[in-house]
Design a protein around this ligand. Structure first.
Ligand code: PHE
Length: 344
């Protein structure tokens, strides 16, 4: 046993890493290790010697185990120090700058619209961007061959039945048909629309509209005016004045063009409003009886109003953006300026 102790003490000096630690453990404490070998000798030993021998062997086992575990702690500490040294951070180095994005201004404006309309009891609904001719035109009073179809230069997907919707108004027809003609409707639908426009500062072949439809009993043009006025005051400032100019759409009668007083010059005339004091933000009107009827609502009982805001236009006005393409060319430097304006 004394020889073994000496051997172990000497061998312990060679334990310098996890490998030598494991080897040591197997060699002495393993099932067939040298310490176990000694303890198996006890089986044939004289009982009077056995007790003392057992105690001594235990002592040796405890002592050596402790010494070995101390070694392990040291090995681990050394390894950690080595790792820390290799991963040392030089705090004098200039930091790598990570450019953070910011919320899209267009999304922000749409969310603002949604919030105000939802507070007035409107649901936000969706519709397909690849649309059938029936919903985009036919049910809205624009049968095939109607000259007003030309004003909405349309992208056709397949034959003349499937197209990229040229406005969000098909959602009006879809919603009324889905409701079945016996209950009021109160929805807005923000979404993309497509027209074969040449892209320039104020036109884009893809743009965003915020469609709205309300159908109930005794709905009049004055209800539309009241609703739109409240919305515009909430979105563009309490001192905003609205103006409704006669216009023409097949699916509304009467139809109007919606203007707001220029928030920049407050009506005096400036570059933003082209010196008129007014800015057009969309089209609207009282839902045409034929449209109501075609979509399952009896016009003797029901009436309604509909509107379509140009979302990019509203965002451009609100944030002083003069090129619609800004919304589609992602440039972090630009979005960051909007973010700053938003927080001012
Ligand atoms: N859909 C029309 C357009 O794109 C706008 C509109 C919507 C007009 C709803 C009246 C009612 O020009």
């Amino acid at each position: 046993m004394e020889n073994l102790r000496k051997e172990m003490e000497k061998e312990l000096e060679n334990v310098v890493d996890i490998n030598s630690y494991n080897n040591f453990k197997v060699l002495y404490f393993g099932k067939k290790g040298k310490v176990s070998e000694l303890s198996s000798k006890m089986g044939t030993m004289d009982p009077t010697l056995k007790k003392e021998y057992g105690m001594k062997l235990n002592e040796l086992r405890t002592e050596m185990t402790n010494a070995l575990e101390n070694k392990l702690a040291k090995i681990k500490e050394a390894e950690l120090n080595k790792k820390l040294a290799s991963e040392k951070i030089d705090i004098s180095l200039p930091a790598t700058k990570v450019d953070l994005g910011s919320p899209s201004i267009l999304e922000k404006v749409i969310e603002d619209f949604e919030e105000v309309f939802m507070s007035m009891g409107y649901d936000v609904v969706d519709g397909p961007e690849i649309e059938e001719d029936k919903y985009n035109f036919e049910l809205l009073g624009l049968p095939k061959g109607h000259p007003a179809r030309d004003a909405q230069d349309t992208f056709y997907v397949k034959g003349d039945e499937l197209l990229l919707r040229s406005h969000t108004s098909p959602v009006q027809a879809r919603t009324m048909l889905a409701k079945g003609g016996n209950e009021p409707v109160r929805i807005i639908c923000p979404g993309k629309a497509y027209r074969r426009d040449d892209d320039d500062a104020t036109h884009s072949h893809q743009f965003t509209q915020i469609e709205g439809l309300l159908v109930d009993k005794n709905i009049k043009l004055s209800d539309l005016k009241g609703t739109v006025t409240i919305i515009c005051k909430k979105l563009f400032g309490e001192d905003t004045i609205t103006r409704f100019r006669p216009s023409y759409y097949q699916f509304t009668e009467p139809s109007v063009e919606m203007d707001i007083s220029c928030f920049n010059c407050k009506g005096d005339g400036c570059n933003i409003c082209k010196k008129t004091g007014w800015i057009t933000i969309g089209g609207a009107g009282v839902v045409n009886y034929d449209v109501l009827r075609g979509c399952g609502y009896d016009p003797d009982i029901w009436s309604g109003f509909a509107f379509g805001f140009g979302a990019e236009r509203c965002a451009m006005l609100k944030y002083g953006i003069n090129d619609i393409r800004t919304f589609y060319n992602v440039d972090l430097r630009e979005t960051k300026t909007f973010d700053r304006k938003e927080n001012e």
